[in-house]
Design a protein around this ligand. Structure first.
Ligand SMILES: [Zn+2]
Length: 307
């Protein structure tokens, strides 16, 4: 049997596990809810180990059939030493030597990475970034994350934190961000803030993007303005990225990319207006192609590379 990779994508709501073959196809999967274990590191670890074992036995696989485990985590990760430094949305995860723990308990080589970096690797190798040497992937959701491929390599930075586009300041004196900075991009386009703003604009408490898309289809001018402002903020942030890195492609993913019809034309326009002419003319703005599977597919790219 050809060797498979086990990709694990840890999120604030659930953990997705997928068996990925060497063509980047997911051939088996399961998931576990994170919620019951949010406050106990050991219980979450126990649930994760149980899920791995049950997925393997369900598929009739032994540890020898798995070439490695790639695991993406929503926070600060040291991929070289295999340590989870800090997960902002899952408590109790500080300086956890997860690579060593999983390798000891499962007997399978394990590699850690930041979750958006895994998505970036997946899209680069098998998705919207195939064949592209220099690209940026951004995810728009509650948080705004980014990953960088520079000269066909994942760029991690000196402390493995490169690509934190969400905390790039757009405004020196803007609103306070969760990171302690002011006027960060995430503070303007993160889901929570954007929907708070929408609640005021449309006088509706629990508004979501489905409602706003409906208003747009009904021709509501406030909806048109809402998308325009959001896309302008995203475009301004990306104009800086385009000038700094001159990427050939920017791949946009995350829940908000479902609103691409309303956002992308204006994002492209702002980049054209605000970025330097040459990098603005060489960049293409596209949607992710792998959807929710990007992280577990990216795990295969990581593990293949490391092994
Ligand atoms: Zn910030």
């Amino acid at each position: 049997m050809k060797k498979l990779t086990l990709g694990i994508d840890v999120g604030g709501t659930n953990i997705k596990l997928g068996l990925v073959n060497n063509l980047g196809k997911v051939v088996g999967r399961t998931s576990v809810s994170t919620r019951p274990y949010r406050h106990s590191k050991n219980q979450l670890l126990g649930a994760l180990l149980a899920a791995v074992r049950s997925l393997l036995s369900e598929q009739g696989l032994k540890k020898e059939n798995i070439q490695g485990i790639g695991i993406g985590l929503p926070g600060l990760v040291d991929p070289v030493h295999g340590v989870v430094n800090f997960l902002p949305n899952i408590s109790g995860w500080k300086n956890v030597p997860l690579k060593k723990i999983l390798e000891t308990r499962l007997g399978i080589k394990t590699f850690l990475e930041n979750d958006v970096n895994l998505i970036t690797l997946g899209e680069w190798k098998y998705g919207a970034g195939r064949g592209i040497k220099d690209l940026v992937c951004i995810t728009l959701g509650t948080g705004v994350g980014g990953g960088l491929i520079i000269n066909n390599q994942l760029y991690r930075g000196a402390g493995f934190v490169a690509g934190e586009i969400g905390h790039m300041p757009l405004n020196e004196t803007g609103p306070l961000c969760g990171c302690g900075g002011y006027g960060c991009l995430e503070r303007y386009v993160g889901n929570r803030y954007v929907l708070q703003k929408a609640a005021k604009i449309f006088h509706r408490k629990n508004i979501d993007f489905i409602d706003i898309r409906r208003f747009s289809r009904q021709g509501n001018p406030r909806a048109t303005l809402f998308w325009r402002e959001m896309a302008t903020h995203i475009g301004n942030g990306l104009a800086g990225v385009v000038n700094l890195l001159n990427p050939a492609r920017i791949i946009i993913g995350g829940g908000v990319s479902n609103n691409h019809k309303y956002l992308f034309p204006r994002i492209r326009q702002v980049i054209k207006q605000r970025a330097l002419k040459i990098p603005a003319s060489t960049v293409k703005i596209v949607r992710t192609q792998l959807g929710d599977d990007a992280g577990i597919i990216g795990a295969q790219v990581l593990v293949n590379h490391e092994i």
